[in-house]
Design a protein around this ligand. Sequence first.
Ligand code: ADP
Length: 446
Amino acid sequence: MTALFKKGEGSVKKMGDMFRSGIKALTFFYAAIMCVFLCILIFGVHGVMKWAITSEQERELIETAESIMGAQKNARLGATFDENNLYKSASDRLFFYVFDNNGTLIRFSRGSYRIEPFVLEVIEDGLVPKNEIKVFGKFDETRRRTELMLTSVESENGAIVVYVGKDVSAMYSGMAKATYAFILLGVISLIFSTLIGFFLSRRALKPARLAYEKQRQFAADASHELRTPLAVVLSTADLLLNDPTIKSDFLRQTILDMKDEVKKMSNLVADLLLVARSDNNALKTLAVRFDIAALLRQAVRTMTPIAEKKNIVIKERGDFTPTEILGDEQKIRQLITILVDNAIKYTKEGGSVTIGFVPAKQGKVSFFIEDTGIGISKEDLPKIFDRFYRVDKARSRQMGGNGLGLAIADEIVRMHKGEIEVISEEGKGTRFTVTLRLKQKYIGRG
Ligand code: ADP
């Protein structure tokens, strides 16, 4: 099965990016928690406020309804009906209507002209519950909302029904305003807490970032310091090889082996230095105009002798039209070498490696390195760009690999704001495609 893996610009998380996204994630998490907390608080406060205000009103309304009913009964028994005593806690917003069982209105204290039609409409529709409170709301023509709290009480024999209500519009609108004010305060607190969350997570991650940077700096310094002694050992080995007094074949072979190992070590140190510098943003780039097609052709020529050792042919595919791009020629050469070198390394004897070129289109140019090698499994594909990741450690080491090649290739592509894509099928082969911009405003880390 063919598997595809694409690495676009900025898709790779380097340590610096990881700290940044860590801060982002922590801030977001903190803000989300604050958001949930504030929502619960606002809903809670709204609920408590509503309960506190309405429960008092409810008690008043029920008591009034009962006292009117009591007064009405007394009136029927012949006692004097004292309107003033009908309900003690009367206010101008309270109103009542008493109906007999024929539906005739026998006594009332009217609500204001603005709300009365609405009150009678609700009563007529039989919506007012008995011995319970219900709030009815409606918008009038001027978009003003009227809120009425209504209850009703029925005498035991059902002869009379008392409807008592109160205009609670002002109370409800006050409550709505208080809730809006709370929401506004909630939003302001959320913005503040997000900012605080951002600063706190930045502070919390600072020691970890500093420790990481120190360690990076150490890797960069150590590899830099190792370069000189290694170069000295290498030139000493050359010196020894050129010494005519050393005639023993065994000694000469030992020196050759030593030279080989020191070369490998120098390569590893150079690679380590490159990745450490790229982490520290200290990777120097030199942007020049150069012909990428010519560079690829040159790679075919220089890599052919290495391929021939394994009886592998390097083919060219496509139209290698001269195409100038702006970039770091040295680094792009290194990128091509890494990819071709891998293609040769992971292809069995007698196989082939193809270097292809796709002429410029829409400001971009692509090239690919294809092999008929061992391929890469779908599971390994996303990991091959990780530092020191090798599918088969023994094989890679035997071929002189250190697991840094593709990490460096990826870094070079990122530096040029390009893309690298790999498509592979186990046992059949692999194709790496690199797409670069002809010009980019800025060459540096992506
Ligand atoms: P190495 O030095 O081990 O080659 P790289 O970073 O260049 O390290 O590659 C990482 C791993 O990806 C290799 O160990 C190998 O398993 C796999 N790989 C890279 N290129 C190819 C290829 N052309 N074909 C098959 N496997 C490959």
